[in-house]
Design a protein around this ligand. Structure first.
Ligand SMILES: [Zn+2]
Length: 314
């Protein structure tokens, strides 16, 4: 086990546990019923539950920079607001080998109720957050029967406002992680980041190790058992990552903003916001190769409007 991960874990609430492999979700069965025990079998199960924290209204050049002529079109500048597209802002609750993680945090309550104050005018202008009250993290966690305190880790694929916005809503989680490169870039400031959003949150830079299978040769096996791997995949931002959740055979990819929709992987369509074209391409090619792997149970991107909200288990 890596040093940056808590060694002790309190027991899970019974209603989270499934009896056998198959889709079973928290809240579907009351606690204490037969089968709601902790067993070896249960912990082989990987579950992924998409959580949509509202939407963002952006230029069509955000998911596909080639859709507009100007390189800066993704900022929304000099374009009609009526031409914007609405894309979901998702984060993912996952469980693998008995640990529970949240990948990204979406928009937070503040980003919706006082968006300009919360994320600043420039970022509000570029990304117009919309967060219905039934889609806050609190509301989702209430429906799913989980609490922030039960999260072993919150993993940030990167630190853009639509991924760290909800950090304040899950401050009770045990650990918060981001790639060192991302953490440093975000701390240094710059127009895309807003430090207010992680004020008081003890984000730990991840200790990455050499990994020949990773697109940039580095990843972090978060719990030391291969169930949750944070893979360095920059390009969209300086330290973007993707999270691969595995039961040892099958796996799923929580790709953050390494691709917005099928076109990103099928045609390697580059997004508007990126810090390196070549890194972005390498990261997209890597996600594409995982997506084509027969063991892949799915690629879950933060902003794919075509992706469903159904939980996945394997
Ligand atoms: Zn995003």
């Amino acid at each position: 086990m890596q040093d940056n991960v808590a060694q002790t874990r309190p027991p899970r609430p019974a209603r989270w546990h499934g009896r056998e492999k198959g889709v079973e979700w928290p809240g579907e069965r009351p606690a204490g019923q037969p089968g709601s025990r902790i067993s070896e079998e249960v912990f082989e199960l990987v579950k992924i539950c998409p959580i949509r924290t509202g939407y963002t209204l952006v230029s069509p050049a955000v998911p596909d920079r080639a859709s507009r002529r100007s390189k800066l079109a993704y900022t929304g500048l000099f374009q009609k607001r009526s031409g914007r597209i609405r894309v979901p802002v998702k984060c993912f609750l996952a469980e693998a080998n008995g640990r529970r993680i949240l990948v990204d945090t979406g928009w937070g309550r503040e980003s919706a109720s006082r968006p300009m104050k919360s994320i600043g005018f420039g970022l509000w202008f570029a990304s117009e957050p919309v967060l219905p009250k039934e889609e806050t993290l609190d509301a989702w966690f209430g429906r799913l029967g989980v609490t922030a305190e039960e999260l072993d880790a919150v993993i940030l694929t990167h630190m853009d406002v639509d991924h760290v916005g909800g950090l304040g809503d899950v401050r009770g989680a045990r650990h918060f992680y981001a790639a060192r490169e991302e953490w440093e870039a975000a701390q240094a400031g710059g127009v895309r980041y807003n430090r207010k959003l992680w004020k008081g949150i003890p984000i730990e830079p991840l200790a990455m190790r050499e990994d020949a299978a990773a697109p940039f040769g580095r990843s972090c096996d978060l719990f030391g058992d291969g169930s949750v791997k944070v893979v360095f995949a920059p390009g969209h931002s300086a330290g973007s990552c993707a999270v691969v959740v595995s039961d040892g055979g099958k796996f799923a990819v929580l790709s953050g903003d390494n691709g917005y929709n099928a076109k990103s992987w099928d045609e390697l369509a580059l997004p508007g916001p990126m810090v390196s074209r070549s890194d972005m391409l390498r990261s997209l090619r890597w996600v594409k190769s995982l997506r084509e792997d027969p063991r892949c149970a799915g690629v879950f991107a933060a902003h794919d409007p075509a992706a469903g909200m159904e939980p996945v288990a394997f």
